[in-house]
Design a protein around this ligand. Structure first.
Ligand code: SF4
Length: 127
């Protein structure tokens, strides 16, 4: 039963990829040169489920760089799309907020640091 589920998931994904490639102007997903030419237009959204469901997870995690999603979906949701990890660290260290979200986030991060101990969070490792 699990195998059938996985096969169905693969077929659905293949259809979605084909539709997306066609929308981007590629006639066939077997067109390797066309795929290579399209690659700069393709974006990825690394998230926790990638680890369990995609062979490219390690590559996409590396490409995500300092995006909050590398620390998990909850961190990504909390920081939002406009605050990356260096900016979150700056807010933790009392950098002035530049907008409403940062004004909310700075005190929250500092409160969390107080709970876990500042060296734990700033140095990025457990005590
Ligand atoms: S690992 Fe990358 S390619 Fe795979 S589902 Fe996640 S974002 Fe998409």
């Amino acid at each position: 039963m699990a195998l059938l589920f996985e096969m169905r998931r693969v077929l659905v994904t293949m259809a979605q990829v084909g539709t997306r490639m066609h929308a981007l102007g590629l006639a066939s997903t077997a067109d390797a040169e066309g795929l290579a030419a399209l690659s700069p237009q393709l974006t990825t959204t690394y998230q926790e489920s990638c680890v369990a469901g995609c062979l490219l997870a390690q590559i996409c995690r590396q490409n995500a760089g300092a995006q909050p999603s590398v620390l998990g979906d909850h961190v990504a949701q909390t920081l939002g799309e406009t605050i990356d990890l260096p900016r979150a660290l700056a807010l933790l260290q009392d950098a002035p907020a530049t907008n409403e979200r940062e004004a909310w986030l700075g005190p929250v991060l500092r409160e969390a640091a107080a709970l876990f101990g500042p060296s734990t969070i700033v140095q990025g490792r457990a005590a």
